[in-house]
Design a protein around this ligand. Structure first.
Ligand SMILES: Nc1nc2c(ncn2[C@@H]2O[C@H](COP(=O)(O)OP(=O)(O)OP(=O)(O)O)[C@@H](O)[C@H]2O)c(=O)[nH]1
Ligand SMILES: [Mg+2]
Length: 551
């Protein structure tokens, strides 16, 4: 059985869907290079898989490699678990067969209960345990460890995992070998054995060495992963339902690229079994295999990068052509779950999926907003941001959010009712600073005001600040003020023109009304004299008429 490529999956009963999507294979993925090239997605799958098929370089199948985690070959973490009580297999007391049957039945029942519907598919809910580190000297205004773990729990839930426990440790700096200290590793090992945990998720990105050491010491059946792998996995799962638009296609392929780049230095685990099977006679066999895999993966990364670059170029050309009528574009950006899609829906009736979970939007939607005064702007929803966004994903965002760099205005939507609203705003600013959009004017929207305890006080605070509006996207409060503020900000980014438009150019007049802000019109013998704020590109179009007006 070949399982889906997600970094978190393990072998699943074939009758059910896995929590991760196997869809990229369906997309016209540039990775299937030649018939004898291993699909990198299969490759990434098997890196963290146990007991699945492994494709050897000549495409022969090696069945069910068993990784014997107790074997002391490379001893990266010596002696950590001396003395740790184990809750399993040490109890040698004979139990009656009835008890065994009862226990088996209970296990089966609890296993049945763990099949859940996610994204319209039945998935098996793995038990997960979360681990974080609180660094001494962490700034007081950053996300606290507990809050960050809570968010990690939401991410795990979104990915279809069942969080059964968590733990964190205060450290001056993370342990380079195991991220947390050896005593804590022992404590966690004992906890997860008691809880029957299948996956341990760390709240920061682990180095390949840390990942290996932790997997080794926590035991062969426990999968270890980090926030980055989890986020990449969520995006991959979403792909199952979002492959309609080019933007989603791009994002998902960038995510696949990010995933491969993440896996590349971590490609070590599967091949040690080859050496073991050969009884250590063919020393270095696993090593060679890893090198072959890495080479294949590097080639595939190169091909995918080229492919993506060509799609981006094509898209840019298309955008340049498309923008002949310069309706201003306003982009909604913000932390995931802040209410961007809900705001778009309220203003345009777009019917975009808006729900109380992280990364609901993958496929940004653009809709026209028609104001009462006849003015229009295009409103674009975008993928939400999150703290500790992996750099590889920032690159994916940069590529897929190119449109926002061409917006006339960025609207930063904030869930002001969230206890960490301030920290979320900082996290969004941090991502934006990496997206080269600093020159675009901004407006901040404090959303979900229906949920705050003292809305009057907050409203006064918003009024004292510049460029902040106060809305409830859910019940529509403040939306008129929002539209007015957008208009005002758009006006700031436009240029003032006075032009004499000949009578035979009536269509130009209506475009000025549509995309600009007309202050005055006068009808003269030689045409219509119009005074308005218009987008810069449009002002250039009007240049000959502006001359006319002056002469
Ligand atoms: N009470 C309240 N809930 C809101 C408001 N705006 C949005 N929500 C809820 O917040 C949740 C998230 O809303 P979305 O619009 O999906 O958030 P988003 O920013 O698009 O999220 P991502 O797509 O994940 O980035 C949904 O359950 C909405 O119903 C609001 O003004 N008040
Ligand atoms: Mg959304």
């Amino acid at each position: 059985m070949i399982v889906s490529h997600c970094s978190l999956t393990r072998p699943w009963p074939s009758s059910i869907h896995k929590p991760c999507f196997p869809k990229l294979k369906k997309l016209k993925f540039p990775l299937t290079l030649t018939s004898n090239t291993v699909n990198s997605l299969k490759l990434t799958t098997r890196v963290l898989q146990q007991g699945t098929e492994v494709v050897s370089p000549d495409n022969a199948l090696v069945q069910n490699p068993v990784i014997q985690t107790k074997e002391e070959t490379e001893d990266e973490v010596p002696g950590i678990f001396d003395g740790v009580a184990s809750t399993e297999s040490e109890d040698k007391t004979p139990v009656s067969s009835n008890k065994v049957k009862k226990k088996k039945k209970e296990d089966e029942d609890s296993s049945e209960n763990r099949f859940k519907l996610r994204n319209g598919r039945e998935v098996y809910e793995e038990k997960a345990y979360l681990v974080g580190v609180e660094r001494k000297g962490d700034m007081a205004d950053s996300f606290g460890t507990e809050e960050s773990l809570k968010e990690l729990g939401q991410l795990a839930d979104t990915a279809g995992l069942l969080v059964v426990g968590s733990s964190y440790q205060k450290l001056a700096s993370p342990n380079p070998r195991t991220y947390i200290g050896s005593g804590k590793v022992a404590e966690i090992k004992s906890a997860i054995q008691g809880l029957d945990v299948e996956t341990v998720i760390f709240d920061d990105e682990l180095s390949p060495g840390q990942l290996r050491n932790l997997e080794k010491t926590l035991g062969g059946d426990v999968r270890v992963c980090d926030r980055t792998a989890l986020i990449l996995d969520i995006f991959n799962q979403r792909a199952a339902t979002h492959e309609a638009s080019l933007q989603a296609w791009l994002l998902l392929h960038f995510v696949a690229l990010a995933q491969m780049e993440y896996q590349l230095p971590r490609l070590t685990r599967m091949w040690s079994h080859l050496e073991r099977q050969a009884g250590g006679r063919v020393k270095g066999m696993g090593e060679k295999q890893i090198e072959v895999d890495k080479r294949i993966l590097r080639t595939q990364i190169g091909v995918l990068k080229k492919e993506l670059e060509s799609v981006r170029k094509h898209r840019k050309q298309y955008r340049n052509r498309r923008t002949s009528v310069p309706v201003p574009v306003v982009s909604l950006v913000g932390y995931t779950n802040a209410g961007k899609s809900t705001l778009l829906n309220q203003l345009t009736g777009a019917g975009v999926l808006a729900e109380d979970r992280l990364f609901a939007t993958l496929d940004p939607t653009t809709r026209r907003v028609q104001m009462k005064n006849g003015n229009e702007f295009l409103l674009t929803d975008t993928v939400g941001f999150i703290q500790k966004l992996p750099t590889t994903l920032v690159a994916a965002f940069r590529a897929t959010l190119e449109e926002i760099s061409e917006s006339s205005l960025l609207v930063h939507v904030v869930d002001i009712s969230h206890p960490l609203a301030e920290q979320q705003m900082d996290a969004v600013d941090k991502v934006l600073s990496e997206l080269d959009v600093s020159s675009i004017p901004r407006l901040t929207v404090w959303n979900k005001v229906d949920r705050v305890s003292d809305p009057k006080k907050l409203k006064l605070e918003a009024e004292r600040k510049q460029d902040v509006v106060f809305v409830s996207a859910l019940n529509g409060d403040g939306l008129q003020q929002f539209c007015n503020a957008v208009q005002e900000k758009l006006k700031d980014s436009m240029v003032w023109v006075e032009a004499l438009v000949p009578f035979d150019k009536g269509e130009l007049l209506s475009t000025i009304h549509q995309v600009g802000m007309v202050e005055r019109t006068e009808y003269t013998e030689s045409g219509t004299l119009i005074k308005a704020h218009v987008p810069l590109r449009f002002a250039r179009l009007l240049a000959p008429m502006r001359q006319l007006c002056k002469s």
